[in-house]
Write a protein that binds this ligand. Structure first.
Ligand code: HEC
Length: 210
């Protein structure tokens, strides 16, 4: 999957149209002719502006497979990951876990940041688009690993709390080419929302861990 899609996923509801487009862009993103098609194919509408098809440093690196897999590319990826990790803000009150029931609603919701939304729309996390999470929800995507029994199998140590927090806030801190949207980096979820999805994954009372 291409990183342009990530920005789109991060900012719009995922559609099969977007998926198909991303596959075209993946191999050829550096080709100016492809960029021209991209530029022609999207228009601004509502809050969805064209800056969304501009790649940032991570996306440029990951779209250029040859460079990405070279020793210089790997060095660049490590530098980007370290900078991303250093930029993640820990919870302001030191508490990592919110309310798992709220977290389930956030994980279910793909609302927010699309051209049919406005700036007041509460964003969802769209987590089920890519992850299995609870047993009860049988409709989920498989782009990401299953998070079923996440807390039950990993526990609640500080290491796990911090790792999970960082992953949700900016997955590219661990894998420059991660396909997971950067929730904090793009202000997709609030701190409280991230605490709530943390609880969904890690609270022993959450259905994810039953
Ligand atoms: C567009 C797909 C996508 C969405 C949406 C997404 N993720 Fe992910 N997630 C991934 C992928 C892919 C990975 C695998 C790790 C990587 O990319 O390096 C991952 C990894 C993770 C991990 C680490 C799992 C492990 O075993 O180490 C956690 C935790 C996680 N995601 C939580 C979430 C939560 C919570 C949400 C919603 C707020 C979410 N993800 C939304 C794609 C996604």
């Amino acid at each position: 999957m291409n990183n342009i899609l990530i920005k789109l996923v991060a900012s719009t509801t995922m559609t099969f149209g977007a998926l198909a487009l991303s596959n075209v862009a993946l191999a050829q993103k550096v080709d100016p002719a492809v960029q021209a098609v991209m530029d022609r194919s999207f228009r601004e509408q509502g809050i969805a502006k064209l800056d969304r098809i501009q790649q940032d440093e991570f996306q440029t690196l990951c779209s250029d497979e040859k460079f990405r897999d070279s020793p210089e590319g790997k060095k660049k990826a490590e530098a980007l990951q370290s900078a991303a990790l250093a930029a993640i803000k820990p919870p302001s009150d030191g508490k990592y876990l919110g309310n798992w029931a709220e977290g389930e609603k956030i994980a279910q919701s793909g609302r927010g940041a699309t051209w049919t939304d406005n700036l007041k729309t509460v964003n969802g996390g769209g987590c089920y688009n890519c992850h299995q999470i609870s047993k009860q929800e049988i409709s989920y995507g498989t782009i990401g690993p299953s998070l079923l029994e996440y807390g039950k199998t990993r526990g609640n140590s500080d290491v796990i709390l911090t790792y999970t927090w960082n992953r949700i806030n900016n997955s590219k801190a661990y894998n420059a080419c991660s396909n997971m949207p950067r929730m904090q980096h793009f202000n997709l979820l609030t701190e409280q929302q991230i605490k709530d999805v943390m609880a969904l994954l890690l609270d022993p009372a959450s259905p994810v861990n039953k």
